[in-house]
Design a protein around this ligand. Structure first.
Ligand code: RIB
Length: 335
């Protein structure tokens, strides 16, 4: 910085304000400094700056499955909003494993991130509270609420989404509706199943526990679950899958069994990943506003960075039923 200041004929303070964007500088001074930097092939030292400013302008994001388009799209939206505010993102994939997720929390802290955005993979409130306390940096939880952990949240109306998916199938005359859940212990999945149960109860339809299959939000569990559910007698005429990847697995299984979607089997997913509208037939699903989830998460993070004493806030966005081509009226019993 000293060499740049000398070359440009300005003070080191001016060069520092220019590099750290900490005070407005006249255009002529900017030009002198930029010329000097080019001549000297100067590269600001991010590590030195971090030590001096005691912040790295980096944010850790830990997701359960970076290959799942839902998390990829949420992460992209967060990254875009934070980058516009001079933050960069370090992504960690916990692969749905709690030990790995907790290890990542430590790794990110060692990387001196200024804050963390975390999606739970089944931690208890005590375990997560202990882990977050030891970090001593702002943390925002998105998507899955962890009971007993009082931090900022951004999530969606999961119960309403499960209810709307099931109620839509009931309105089509379906009476034996199966449900493919996500991993045990995740509130996002449990709430969707609660919405499923509520819709059946409000329609005075019996709940057959054999129609509920525990999946893991991956294609394969949707496929395996459908093979088992479609083997039941009487066979369910509709399946609500708690995410789109499992719904696609259901459609694969139905095709292999020669069961036509939607005339013989209606399918509803959850998320509205880009694949949903391009699958054939196009998937009826419960849309999550992923772009908005990312923006609200980034904005809350920036606010929290300005004032770490803000009381925790839960922001809950609306889901939306998108009716496409995988749901149809139940076949009436002939004869
Ligand atoms: O597809 C992954 C699922 O895990 C999504 O429904 C999201 O809400 C998360 O809980």
């Amino acid at each position: 910085m000293r060499d740049v200041a000398e070359k440009a004929g300005v003070s080191i303070t001016s060069v520092s304000h220019f590099i750290n964007n900490t005070r407005p500088i006249s255009d002529s001074l900017k030009e002198q400094i930029e010329l000097a930097m080019t001549d000297l092939d100067f590269q600001p030292n991010a590590l030195a700056r971090s030590l001096r400013l005691k912040q790295t302008k980096s944010v850790g994001i830990i997701v359960p499955d970076s290959a799942n388009p839902f998390f990829a799209n949420v992460t992209r939206s967060i990254e875009k909003a934070l980058f516009a505010n001079q933050y960069n993102v370090i992504l960690g994939n916990s692969d749905g494993d709690l030990d790995r997720a907790l290890l990542y929390l430590k790794v990110m802290t060692e990387r001196q991130v200024d804050g963390l955005i975390f999606i739970d993979v089944g931690a208890s409130g005590d375990v997560l509270n202990a882990a977050l306390r030891s970090l001593n940096i702002p943390v925002i939880l998105i998507d899955r609420i962890v009971p007993g952990v009082e931090v900022d949240y951004v999530t969606v109306t999961n119960i309403r989404g499960g209810f709307d998916a099931t109620q839509h199938l009931i309105s089509l005359g379906h009476r034996r509706i199966a449900c493919l859940t996500g991993p045990r212990g995740l509130t996002a999945s449990m709430d969707r199943v609660a919405g499923y149960r509520q819709a059946l109860s409000e329609a005075d339809l019996p709940l057959d526990e054999n129609l509920i299959y525990t999946g893991d939000f991956q294609f394969e569990s949707g496929y395996d679950g459908a093979r088992q559910l479609l083997n039941l007698s009487p066979r369910p005429t509709a399946i609500f899958a708690c995410n789109d990847l499992m719904a696609v697995g259901v459609m694969r299984a139905a095709a292999e069994l020669g069961i036509v979607v939607p005339s013989e089997l209606s399918v509803v997913g959850f998320d509205d990943i880009p694949l949903a509208k391009f699958s054939a037939p196009a998937l009826t699903t419960i849309a999550q506003p992923t772009e908005q989830i990312g923006i609200l998460t980034a904005n809350r993070f920036l606010k929290r960075m300005q004032n770490q004493d803000l009381p925790p806030e839960q922001q809950i966005l609306e889901t939306e039923l998108l009716i496409r081509q995988t749901t149809a009226p139940a076949l009436t019993k002939r004869g």
